[in-house]
Ligand binder design. Structure first.
Ligand code: PLP
Length: 426
């Protein structure tokens, strides 16, 4: 365990001691002090979707590095970037037309915001800039993306002076309340000032596996048609197969104008993310300013894109998206039955290999989320939790998001260890 006093790094939480991870193999991670832990959260952040040590991906990155690892996309395009953009569209999202790469989820979402704004400006509607998003959401840590959450006290403080005053709604299961709130926000802002509605189609860590009813999505679609804002879906967590389709929106009766993907695109072997947009969004820029500038040094780097391409190949060749779609319902049923009767559990939800457990309300100062994580580690299991927000949007949640390569035995062991963890705490 390494404490703040024992490190030259600037830790996230200065009061915590961090175990030191040494290596990983498939679904197992090994710490420097000899612990062997089953990874039920894909590297802790729903990233390592192919498990640890995926040789075909590592070799693809190494082969590309031998040729050329890095070049700035301002000067040259490169074959891996061209191929990955093509394959993302043809294999994962044929309804999309263009791809722009970045390195992190925050960057991809920030680029989506810039694109939504440019779309309207290039069409002569420069008044549109506001974004409406669910209050419980998390879309990134840059100042533009941090403004998209409504968790003011827990996430935005003390950065408020840097954040744009966007608008938020709360989400209910039926979607009726959410639509009422959406109408109220549109009315308050003036719909002609709204550039985009930004959300996760199926929520990742913020409220794992939650998605409102079809009624909400159809209502949102109607309002887009009526008021002319764009819909941006953040699929940083859910993109690349986690919920049983390449993109989660492919299970819903709505398509976004812009969608972002992050974590699972590089699967932990390269920091790569992307935005994909529909033809009409591209056309607005094509007929307008003819540039969609600004970006980051590593956007579309050959080594990152070659790695992303190898991840995509691995998902296709091993039919992992199909496997998640077929195996997900049984995983949810097993988790529900293992946790049934546990007084700490309020709700179990799941889509594919993205599962969430809402815990019953606990006093904030108990930090029950941390107790669940620590106890899971004692049971040799790595899960992620999110803490309840005093803003009142959600309680403590457990995120269970195994690698798409998990075997049946590994999934069963994860469920058993989680049930044992929760039983110990109850
Ligand atoms: C839904 C969602 N969007 C965006 C992000 C930000 O991604 P990154 O941390 O790669 O910037 C995250 C990170 O957890 C996320 O869960």
């Amino acid at each position: 365990m390494i404490t703040a006093e024992q490190t030259s790094t600037f830790p996230r939480f200065l009061d915590l001691a961090y175990p030191n991870v040494e290596r990983g193999e498939g679904l197992w991670v090994y710490t420097a002090d000899g612990k062997k832990i089953l990874d039920a959260c894909s590297g802790g952040a729903m990233v390592a979707n192919l498990g640890h040590g995926a040789q075909e991906v590592i070799q693809a990155g190494a082969r590309q590095a031998e040729k050329i690892a890095y070049f700035y996309m301002d000067h040259f395009t490169n074959e891996p970037m061209e191929q990955l953009a093509d394959r993302l569209i043809t294999t994962t999202a044929p309804e999309m037309a263009r791809v722009r790469f970045a390195s992190s989820g925050s960057e991809a979402n920030e680029a989506a915001l810039r694109l939504a704004r440019s779309y309207h400006v290039d069409r002569g509607e420069g008044e549109r800039w506001r974004v409406i998003s669910p209050a419980q959401a998390y879309h990134g840590s840059t100042m533009a993306t941090l403004a998209l959450t409504g968790r003011t006290r827990t996430l935005q403080h003390p950065y408020e002076p840097y954040l744009s005053p966007h608008l938020h709604i709360s989400m209910d299961g039926s979607g009726e309340g959410a639509l009422r709130e959406l109408d109220a926000r549109l009315e308050e802002a003036g719909p002609q000032t709204v550039a985009a509605f930004f959300c996760e189609p199926i929520s990742g860590a913020a409220r794992p596996a939650f998605s409102p009813s079809e009624k909400f999505w159809r209502g949102l679609d109607e309002r887009r048609a009526k008021h002319g804002f764009l819909i941006c879906f953040d699929e940083v967590v859910t993109g690349m197969g986690r919920t049983g389709t390449w993109f989660a929106y492919q299970q819903l009766p709505i398509e976004p104008d812009i969608v972002t993907v992050g974590k699972g695109l590089g699967a932990g072997y390269a920091p790569i993310s992307a935005l994909l947009c529909k033809q009409h969004v591209y056309d607005a820029i094509d007929r307008g300013s003819r540039f969609f500038d600004l970006g980051h040094t590593w956007d579309g780097a050959p080594i990152s894109c070659a790695t992303g391409l190898a991840v995509l190949d691995a998902l296709v060749e091993s039919r992992l998206v199909e496997r998640v779609r077929e195996r997900g319902p049984r995983l949810l049923a097993d988790l529900e039955s293992a946790l049934r009767g546990n007084p700490l559990v309020a709700e179990v939800r799941g889509r594919g290999f993205l599962l969430g457990i809402s815990l019953v309300g606990m006093p904030d100062e108990l930090r029950f989320d941390e107790r669940v994580e620590d106890s899971a580690i004692e049971h040799g299991l790595l899960i992620t939790t999110t803490h309840s927000t005093p803003d009142g949007y959600a309680g403590d949640e457990v995120v269970f998001a195994p690698a798409l390569t998990s075997t049946d035995d590994e999934l069963e062991l994860m469920v058993a260890r989680l049930a044992a963890t929760m039983k110990d705490l109850s």
